[in-house]
Design a binder for this molecule. Structure first.
Ligand SMILES: [Zn+2]
Length: 588
């Protein structure tokens, strides 16, 4: 085995002179050659700045890997010079080509401390002292003292050179480093298998396709965007501070931990399925399936097969046996929407499931035990259906034991702003839009519209607005509402000056709609008319009265009466516009 205990490099070292002679500066051609490799003379500082920038953009670990691989490639190339050494040179002299080149290239002064190797047997142990480390010096200067070694390119070089020289993977580690505050760097190299933590280092040598990684991440972001507000996350429409919503939510939370069947009542689009899912997610069943089925969407003659499953051959179409929704929801929650549409026969089977906790598939005698929590929902008047014989009274009483009424959006004015803001964020993310919110007019339109389609309509409308509004702008009324027909939100017929335009027939319709939808009371409409007329007449009660077809005393009397009653009924437009308007600040 070749051994070296103390080799000191001196300027008169003949091998160093020999290597130096292989460096050629060709001023005429603008090339520097080290034997047959073109080299560059680069400012250490600019190289250090590049290194710094890569650390800052890629992070310490990625930059470390990149520079280690870069150093490795240099080491591999310098190992090729080994072949050019005299055939009479000893193995030790040949090996020292690398450390001497590393020194000659101006990277670091390398002094062997202990070097033993056997190329044939594949044995290697090398310990070297590094002085004037270029890399350690600049790292410390830019980033201060580090808690681990920082001479990445140099370590890569040592690995690349020695591995090529030995014909097997040799891994070096810095055991001391100027970047860590030591006065010099010290490295130890051994075959990779002899390092216990080799795995941590081998990953440095694997090229990582950052572009691929970025594309992967981008794909993930798009997927996440589209799942924002998905049923698995906190649903966006399960928020609110209106008394009606809070009362319903409170009932839901109380029911979550028990087995009781729940009946959800509410108009179309109020979010009954969201409530059902929220109940499931808050219950001990959250780990099992949540299965939803809309009874109205399935033909009467198929609904039983869909709910309870079917055995092969039980009817003409049943070619294979399959489980129903109850079996699929076993251990979890089954949500039956539009339960009022269930046939009487299906109702009696459902009642049996609720009472016995067992089902029979269609055409099957086998009894299957199931453990399902039922949440039913309807927008029909079940009591009325019971009276007319369309709904079983016993099933009704069973379901009705725990009912939660979800209020329509028009009585949850306080929640519109928050819901609209949530949907705006969701759809901005989904459609990759940057929007600055809603215009004042759009906000008012959202607050005053009667929302016959409830939250679902709001959600659809905001998505439409996000799509139509130009990037960087605010969503306007025209982006939200598709036409200016009867669906147009109430604008109280305000003209371009912001005054009430009582001659407009649209305004008349709007006011009627406001009254019918419970947005305004008759008294409030009257107040609006009287006050606007007084404003238009600039305080002249006689002309204001003329505008309204009243006498002056009639107007004065009405104003007095309304002023008295207004103390308990604030003006609705003021309430929407004023700072105290519920939820309004959430738009900002
Ligand atoms: Zn170092």
């Amino acid at each position: 085995m070749t051994k070296i205990r103390s080799i000191r490099q001196t300027t008169s070292d003949p091998t160093s002179d020999d290597l130096r002679a292989r460096v050629h500066f060709c001023a005429e051609t603008g090339q520097i050659w080290l034997h047959e490799h073109r080299m560059l003379l680069i400012h250490a500082e600019t190289q250090a700045l590049l290194r710094k920038e890569l650390i800052e953009t890629l992070g310490m670990n990625r930059a470390k890997a990149l520079f280690t691989r870069m150093g490795y490639e240099s080491g591999v190339r310098d190992a090729e010079l080994v072949r050019t050494r005299s055939p009479n040179a000893s193995d030790m002299e040949v090996f020292m080509t690398g450390p001497r080149l590393h020194t000659l290239e101006g990277v670091v002064k390398v002094t062997p401390v202990k070097l033993e190797f056997d190329r044939v047997a594949g044995k290697f142990y090398g310990e070297f002292l590094w002085e004037n480390s270029w890399e350690g010096h600049w790292h410390k200067r830019f980033f201060g003292t580090h808690n681990e070694p920082v001479c990445w390119t140099q370590i890569g070089y040592a690995c690349g050179y020695t591995s090529t020289f030995m014909g097997r993977q040799i891994l070096y580690k810095e055991v001391e480093c100027v970047g860590m505050g030591n006065s010099t760097c010290r490295i130890i190299g051994k075959p990779i298998e002899e390092w216990e933590d080799a795995n941590e280092y081998t990953s440095l040598f694997n090229r990582e396709a950052i572009a691929d990684l970025l594309i992967d991440l981008q794909t993930q972001v798009v997927q996440l965007r589209s799942s924002i507000g998905d049923t698995h996350m906190q649903p966006l429409d399960m928020v609110g501070s209106s008394p009606g919503f809070l009362a319903a939510y409170d009932l839901l939370e109380r029911a979550a931990n028990c087995q009781i069947s729940v009946l959800l009542l509410g108009e179309t689009g109020v979010g009954k399925e969201m409530f059902a899912r929220a109940l499931h997610d808050r219950s001990p069943r959250r780990g099992a399936a949540f299965v939803a089925i809309n009874c109205a969407a399935i033909p009467h003659d198929l609904v039983e097969a869909e709910l309870f499953g079917v055995e092969k051959g039980s009817y003409t179409g049943a070619l294979v046996s399959r489980s129903g929704r109850f079996e699929r929801a076993n251990g979890g929650t089954l949500f039956l929407d539009e339960i009022g549409d269930l046939s009487l026969s299906a109702q009696s089977k459902l009642l049996r499931v609720l009472q016995e906790g067992e089902i029979e598939r269609l055409g099957d005698q086998k009894i299957r035990k199931i453990n399902v929590r039922l949440v039913a929902a309807t927008n029909a008047d079940l009591k009325q259906l019971v009276k007319t014989g369309k709904f079983r009274a016993d099933l009704f009483y069973r379901l009705n034991a725990y009912q939660i009424s979800i209020p329509p959006l028009r009585v949850r004015k306080e929640d519109i702003a928050l819901l609209a803001k949530n949907f705006l964020e969701k759809y901005s993310a989904t459609h990759g839009k940057k929007l600055r919110g809603f215009t004042d007019k759009a906000k008012r339109a959202l607050l005053t519209y009667s929302w016959p389609g409830n939250i679902r309509e709001l959600q659809n409308m905001i998505e439409r607005g996000v799509i139509l509004a130009p990037n960087g702008s605010r969503i306007e009324v025209s982006h939200l509402f598709s036409s200016f027909g009867d669906d147009t939100p109430l604008e109280f017929g305000l003209d371009s000056n912001g005054s009430l335009d009582i001659n407009s027939s649209d305004a008349g319709k709007s006011i009627c709609a406001a009254v019918f939808n419970g947005v305004m009371t008759l008294n409030q409409v009257e107040t609006l008319l009287l006050e606007t007329s007084v404003d238009k007449a600039r305080g002249n009660l006689s002309s204001a009265a003329r505008m309204l077809g009243l006498t002056r005393p009639q107007l004065a009397y009405r104003l007095k009466r309304l002023n008295e009653s207004n103390e308990s009924h604030p003006d609705p437009v003021q309430a929407l516009e004023g700072n105290r308007a519920p939820g309004r600040e959430l738009f900002e």
